[in-house]
Design a protein around this ligand. Structure first.
Ligand code: BEZ
Length: 253
C-alpha cells in the first residue's frame, strides 16, 4: 500500500461493496439505455453494472483507473480498459457516458468533464450518480481525526470530491452541458457487515499513511467513535451516504 493511494482488492470488494452496484437501478433507469447505443461506463469497477448495460443491448466500453477492477470486469467478458477519468482518450465516440459511484474519486472534476464532453457525439448525454454534499460525513470526519491524532494531516489525505447541486451543475454548464436534472439524495445505507469492512475497502487512501501496525488500531478506534451514530440497536452498521444524481446533455454546437 503506497502512501495516499486507494487500492482495490476484488475479493474484499465483492464481500463489502456489492451493494454499490445493487443500488444502481435508479441511475440506470435515468440513463434508459437503448439497444445499439454506444455507451462509455466511466469508473466501471468490477463491471457488475456494465453487464446490465450490455444486457439492455448497448455496445459498451468500460474504463477504470484500477487494473485490478478492470481485470474483474474483463473476467465478465466486458470490453474494459485501464484509463483515468481525468485523461479520457475518446473523441465523439459515444451516444452516452454513464457513471455510478466513481466520480467522487476523481478530484479534478473539470478535467473529467472536458474528457466526457470530448467523448460524446453532439447532443449525447451524461448520466451519473456519485457522492455529493455531506456524503459519508461521519465516516470522513472520523478517518480525518484518526490521522490527525497520529500526527498526519487527515484533511490533506482525503481523496474524495463531494460537490453539491449548485457547484456540479455550474461545472457541467461550463463544460458545455445542458443540465436536465440534478438532485442530492440522502441515502442511509445498511452495510453488509461490520463498518471495519467498509473502512478497509474504501478508506485505503487515509489508512495508507499509517504504518502497517497502526492501521488495525486506527480502524478499531474509528469504529468505536462511530458506534453510537452508525450502529443500530440490532447491531447493524450503516453508512451515511448522500447521492448526487444528474442527467445532462451536450449542448449541440
Ligand atoms: C460513495 O459511493 O459515495 C463512496 C464510497 C466509498 C467512499 C466514499 C464514498
Amino acid at each position: 500500500m503506497s502512501a495516499g493511494q486507494q487500492s482495490w482488492h476484488p475479493e474484499r470488494y465483492a464481500r463489502h461493496a456489492r451493494f454499490v452496484s445493487d443500488l444502481g437501478a435508479p441511475v440506470l433507469a435515468l440513463l434508459a439505455p437503448q439497444p445499439g447505443e454506444r455507451i462509455l461506463d466511466l469508473g466501471c469497477g468490477d463491471g457488475a453494472l456494465t453487464e446490465r448495460l450490455v444486457a439492455e443491448g448497448a455496445e459498451v466500453v468500460a474504463v477504470d483507473a484500477s487494473p485490478e477492477q478492470v481485470a474483474g470486469a474483463r473476467a465478465r467478458g466486458l470490453d474494459a480498459r485501464v484509463m483515468r477519468g481525468e485523461a479520457l482518450e475518446f473523441e465523439q465516440a459515444f451516444d452516452a457516458v454513464f457513471s455510478n459511484a466513481a466520480l467522487h474519486w476523481m478530484k479534478d472534476a473539470d478535467a473529467v468533464l472536458e474528457g466526457v464532453a470530448r467523448a460524446l457525439k453532439p447532443g449525447g448525454r451524461f448520466v451519473g450518480e456519485f457522492g455529493g454534499g455531506n456524503n459519508v460525513a461521519r465516516l470522513r470526519r472520523a478517518l480525518i481525526e484518526a490521522l490527525d491524532r497520529r500526527g498526519h494531516d487527515g484533511a490533506a489525505a482525503d481523496p474524495w470530491y463531494f460537490p453539491d447541486e449548485a457547484e456540479y451543475g455550474a461545472k457541467l454548464a461550463a463544460a458545455g452541458f445542458t443540465v436536465e436534472s440534478i438532485e442530492l439524495i440522502p441515502r442511509w445505507t445498511p452495510l453488509p457487515g461490520d463498518v471495519e469492512g467498509w473502512l478497509e475497502t474504501f478508506g485505503g487512501a487515509f489508512l495508507s499513511h499509517l504504518q502497517e501496525e497502526q492501521r488495525a488500531e486506527a480502524v478499531a478506534e474509528v469504529r468505536e467513535a462511530l458506534r453510537d451514530e452508525l450502529q443500530d440497536e440490532e447491531g447493524r452498521w450503516h453508512a451515511d451516504y448522500v447521492r448526487l444524481r444528474f442527467a445532462a446533455r451536450l449542448t449541440a454546437a
